[in-house]
Structures are given as C-alpha cells and as structure tokens.
Design a protein around this ligand. Sequence first.
Ligand code: PEP
Ligand code: MG
Length: 880
Amino acid sequence: KKYVYLFNEGNAEMTGLLGGKGSGLAEMSNIGLNVPPGFTITTEACIDFLNSGDFPEGMWDQTLEKLHEIEKRTGKKYGGENPLLVSVRSGAPISMPGMMDTILNVGLNDSTLVSLIKATGNERFALDSYRRLIQMFGDVVFGIDKSYFEDIIRSVKVERNKKDDVDLDASDLRVIIEKFKELYIKNGKVFPLEPLDQLRISVEAVFRSWNSERAKVYRELNGIQDNLGTAVSIVSMVFGNMGNDSATGVAFTRDPNTGKKGIFAEYLTNAQGEDVVAGIRTPKEIEDLRNEIPSAYDELIRSASTLEKHYKDMQDIEFTVEKGIFYFLQTRTGKRSAKASIKIATDMAIEGLITREEALMRITPRILDTLLHPQIKRNGKEVKLGKGLAASPGAAVGMIVFTSEKAVEFAKEKKKCILVRPETTADDVRGMSVSEGFLTQKGGMTSHAAVVARAMGKPAVVGAETLNVNLKEESLTVGNITLREGDIVTVDGTSGEFYMGSVDLEVSKITEEALTLLEWADKIRKLGVRANANTPEEAIIARENGAEGIGLARTERMFLGGDRITIMRSMIMSNSLPERLKYLDLLLPMQIHDFVEFFRTMEGYPVIIRLLDPPLHEFLPNKEEIMNEMFSLKLKLTKSSDNFEIDSSIARLTDLNRIFQTIKNLEEFNPMLGFRGCRLGLIYPEIYEMQVRAIITAAKRVTEEGKTIYPEIMIPLVGVDNELRIIRERLEKVAKEVSGKEKVPYKFGTMIEIPRACLTADKIAKEADFFSFGTNDLTQMTFGYSRDDAEGKFMAAYIGEGILPYDPFTTVDEEGVGELMKMAVKKGKATKKTLEVGICGEQGGDPQTVEFCNRIGLDYVSASPLRIPIARLSAARSAI
Ligand code: PEP
Ligand code: MG
C-alpha cells in the first residue's frame, strides 16, 4: 500500500489523505511554484500507527526511498557531507492551527553540524539551527518543559552580558547546546544523534500529537472527527536565517481585515519560521521587502496572483527566502473578518475570478449581523456577569433601570439606559422604546422582550436565569454581585453575554460591497422578503434595508405609546358596549394615522395588518405593582389626617380597585391558549370593526394621494374555518361601507399558527386570500412548549443531550412543524391556486428556515427590519 507521496504525486483533492498542508504543497508544486522538495506520509499511516503502536508495513521503507529521491533533487545527503536537513510537519485534513507539532532542522548532529558549517561557511547559523532542533525535539518528543530551555538561554545571556537572541555568538551557542544536552540527561533522556533515529522519532511524535490533550479539546470544540488523523510532511529545510538576503514570513493575498486587494505580509530578515509567530522581533511589512530583497518581492507578487487564480480565493501563505530565492512552505484559504469576507467575495466576482452565485455562496448570512449592529470590542478586561439567550444582536451600554417610567425619565435627561426586567410585557414597550437594550431573567427566543427587541433593532439578552431581578428593591443580583438603578452594564445580544460597567463598542456600517452583494441576491432569489414592522418608524428602516412590503404589522404595538395605553385600558375596563365604542372611537384616528404612514412608506408593496391578537390582560398594569400601590395608599390613609390627601387617596384607591378587579376577571390559567386572537374578535366584534374601518379609511386617503398600495387584512389564531368565515362576513360589511363608491382593493387572510388550521387548511383557504405561518405559536402548540418559558427551563438541556438538534423557536422544526406547514401549503393551494403563502414567525429571518421556506414553495418570508439583509441573502443562496 502506498503511504508516502512525493509532492508532485499529490494534488489539492487529496486533503483527506495528505492533510491540508500536504495537499497544498503538492498543488503548489504542480502549478509550478517554488516549493522545497519533500513528501507526505498519509493520514492512513497515522491512524494505523495510533491503533497498533507501530508504523504500518512498508511505510518506513517508502519513507527512506522518498528521502533518497529528495537527496537527489537537492544534491544534498541526509546525515552526510553537505547535509540535507528536513522539517517534519503535521497537517490534518481540517485546519487545526497550532494544535499539533512540527520539528525543524531534523538531521543535525555533532558531525553533520561540522559539515553544515563547512558547506555554508556560517558557523553561527549552523549552531543556531542545531540548538533549535535540540530545543524543539526536547519539547515535542520528550515533553521537557519549554521554559527550562528558555531559562538556559536567559542565564547564558546574563552571564555573557548579551541583550537579545541575535547577540549570541558562536561560542555562546556552543555553551547553550551543551547545557541543553545536560538538561536532557537531567530529565533521564538522551538526544538521539543518529539522523535516521531523529527522523523516525519525529514522525512518531507528530503522529502522536493528533491525540494530545489540546488537539482533542480543539476537535471537540470545533466538531472535528477524532478518526481523521494527521498527515506528516517531510520538507527539505530552506533557511531564512542565512543572512540579510534571507527571510521568513507570512502573507495574505488580500488584507484579511479590510479585504483590500494587494499583498498583506509580515516578515523578518535573517530569521527562522517560529520567530515571526513568537513576536520576539517586530515584523516588517511588504513595502520593506521590496527594498530589502527585490527579487523575493517580485516573486511573491507574481505567485500570489497565480495562487488566487488557481484557488479562486484569498490565500494565507508561509514563505522563506534563502539567499534571495523565494520558497513556499504552505498555502491555505485565509481566515478573514466579516467585512473582508464580503469585500473579497464581491471584488472577486467583479474581477471575474468567481461568479456572482459563488460570491453569494461564500457569505454566511449571519455575518451581516456583525455589520449592521454595534459589536463588543473585547480586550480581555471585561467583567462578565453572566450569559442568557442571544435574543437580538448588537451590543449596548447604559445605566440600569427597572421600570418603564424610569427609562422614560432617564431618556428625558439624555441618559442612556438598559431596561432590566424579570420579563417584559406590553406595559414595558414605552420604556423599551427609549432604552438602548434589554436584559431579562426569563423568557425565550420568541418571548415578548426578544420579539420587540428584534423589531426595534435593539440588543437583548433574555432568559438569563442566573440573574435575580428584584423589582421591590430595584436591584439585580448575580452570584454575590448586586447592582442597582443607575449602575452601568453592557449587554451583548450577539453572544448573550452581559458585563458589569462599560465595555467599548465598535460600529461598522453596511459597506458598499455588501450593498452590491445584496443587489445581486435580489436578482437571484425567488422568495419575496417582507418585514415584521409594528410602527411607522420600523417600516421606514425595513424599507431602507430592502423589504418589499410588510408581512406582519402587529397592531397591538400601536396601542402602547403615549395616551394610547390609557384609552386602551379604559376600553378594556368598559362595562357596556356604548362605553367601549366611545373609547374605540378615540383609538380610531390614531390607527388611521399609523396605517396611512405604513401605506405611504410601503408604496407599491403589500402591507399586512394583523388585527388585535394578545390577551387583553397584557394591556393592563402588572398586578403586583397595583397591589403594592394599594397597600401603601391604605397605609397612608390610616396615618393621614389631611382631608385633601384622604380624598385623593380614596379616589385613586377606587380606580386601582377597578383595575385590580378587571385584571382578576381577565386572569386565565393559560393565557396563550386563552381568550386571544380571533376569539377576541368574535366576542367583541367592535374592536376588529374599528380596526378595519381604520385600514380602509387610511387606504382611501393614501390612494387619493395618487399612490398605489396593497392592503392586506390578517386575522390571528384561526383554528376553525367558521371563525374566519364569520369574521370575514362582518368585516367585509364594514369595508364596503367605508369604501363607499370607490372600491378599495384589499386582501383578506389569516395567520396559520394553530395545528388544526394546518390540518384543515383546505377549508380555511375558502375564506382566505392568503396564509401567513405564525411559527411562534405554531411551534408552541405543536410541541406543547410554552414559547415564553421553554428556553429558560429545559431547551438548553434538550439540545445539549441531543434530544432536539436545535431550538425550534429559532429555526423551524422541519420534521414536525415543517410537515404541518407543507400540508397547509398543499391543502390551501388545492382549494385556491392563487393563495399567497408566507411566514411571519420569528424563524422567518433565520437562514436555515428561509432555505426551508424556499423549498416548500412559499411566496415570501417576513423578518424584523434589521434581519432583512440576512433574509435577502439567505433567499438568494437557497435559490442557487
Ligand atoms: C407567531 O405566532 O408566529 C406570530 C408571528 O404571531 P405572534 O408572535 O404575535 O404571536
Ligand atoms: Mg402568534
């Protein structure tokens, strides 16, 4: 069996067998780049060796045979006069930078040292190479702690009054080498002088380094299989430390930070590989190389372009220049920043190196997040307080506030704040709108705080269960740290972490290239991309980010700002229909105003307005807070003798009592499965009627402005076709009445968010022009998991133990929820071919879900405003 390949016997496709490094060296030598002669021992040999403890049969003979070949090519002799030295390098099929071992200068001993001095005429260089070999060999093969070697070098420098390593002369180095050998003896080891023993032992050590503790941990963290093994490349040594016309360095074919075209290199003259990485001397830049070693500079520029044309991607190169001759030691696809990855892909498509489709496929949609939101600039000094769910990306710094009122007060004083709550409710939206970010103790990826944060484009960490928020004391506690109102925290909704104090942030803007890439995406994608926008402001951001309409406007959010919540509460607490109508009449002009803005912003595009959905208790104040206030008022009454104070306290108490009674009346054991959605619309028809009146009035108004608009009215939580039929009949009457003579065109449709609606979608489609999957509720009801609690309680454990592959509230569960969706699409379209079908659950902005929606033939996805670019890119990628 063939275990050993000369570089020119391999190629780029053989990464599995030859490792990344081996196949890269093979491919480079095939395309005519100057690679030092060498060969690679396969990963199969490694696996065999690790299993049996011995080299597989024939491997060593093949190694010696190839070594002989290298001697011929270099004109040098391993262990002889004009000695051939080699490096023994690890290289796994998947890059594991720095995790496994490499030994340089193998083949040097006391006698080849003399030959090397003779051949090169450079005693210091030869001695320095020898001490490096002994040092690396001791560390890698025998596990003698690196620091002992460093200590010896340091003590010799002190003794001989030398400052830097480069100041050490030949006689210093001889002393160091002797001391190194003594160090071996002290550790019960002997440095092997026989060159072939050195080679054999080095290969064994590199094989074994596949199973080193750090390599195992790295594989576990990065999900790399344990059974791949590492290949070993034996490369004839070339020396960057042979004088000032020699150098060693690393180069990227484009700038890995910005993506700018042009070589980005760091190198050191008169140095060997590890010096650049070790950071002992400050490396020089590419322009210096042009002056110092012009021939090497020219070669680097020329070959970089050859490499890019060949690999069609930015390359990360290791090189050595020996006496003016340029050698490649490695090439691989270069790691890069998010910003650079977009620029490089776009530029390469424009240069014609790759196609636009290839460019789109190279950009992981999620990296757009880091371009659209401020990010934490970590410096290692942050004090991390804890971690919750990364519910809405971006980072923010501000003072802690515990109530909406305080947030508003702080905002007036131009103070930045972070709203911290056990969980948020509709009551908190006002405070949320003036806060920089949110932190909650409870809740999951589709909890109120998470959904609102994404819609507002603000960072949120939710469900941080190690956190204890005490509203009464206005404090938050994590472990033994307690923070209070006004204390500064930083929340990072990208990672889910939160920190004490202020952490630096960096904001990057969406780049020119990203815009170009997204334009290409729009041309390729088949899915429409709409936005979940709940206020006119959000609609504007959505449009700017490229949304083609609104897929979900949750009207309940419009009842929260300013006076609206008060009117809404009065409406809810009304005792009679006339009283309720009075308050609905007050809400009507406000709704009209918002809808007019929506239609104007989304001129030419559809706007889906969803009628009231949440249980009414969500609009009422928190029960505990009311009780607290009632308690303190009563206390005041027992003590007060001031008549005015008594009267006003009694009046307030009466009010509070009424609110309290209403809250109690509306209380349900299971509100998310309770009196909400179309159930409300059926029992209180006047609410939906007011909303439709507002929609049609606004539509008329904007149409009269000469704008073409596409209103769509959506009913939530339908599970039975009768629900939709009755509501439709009632609302159509209102629409007709308001439209008058000029008919206002609109679509009427429903959310599909109850499993029964999927099962009976054929019937429901008779009453609907469109379906929109509400996968938040659909997931909740299909799994029977509370969308507000699951993630904080058991989801992490479920995923950790492999019970679920991923969180179904983040990515649609294809196997279950997805099957229901497929059924609903099929049944719905069987009834009505023209049925428009989309998704507006939070999963609609998730790349994997977008791909699924494309596959099952939806017409569009709808995502929160700042996730629109991700959705556009994901939609394009799924169409390729
Ligand atoms: C849903 O349930 O997926 C949905 C979009 O509606 P909401 O989140 O408002 O319940
Ligand atoms: Mg819903």
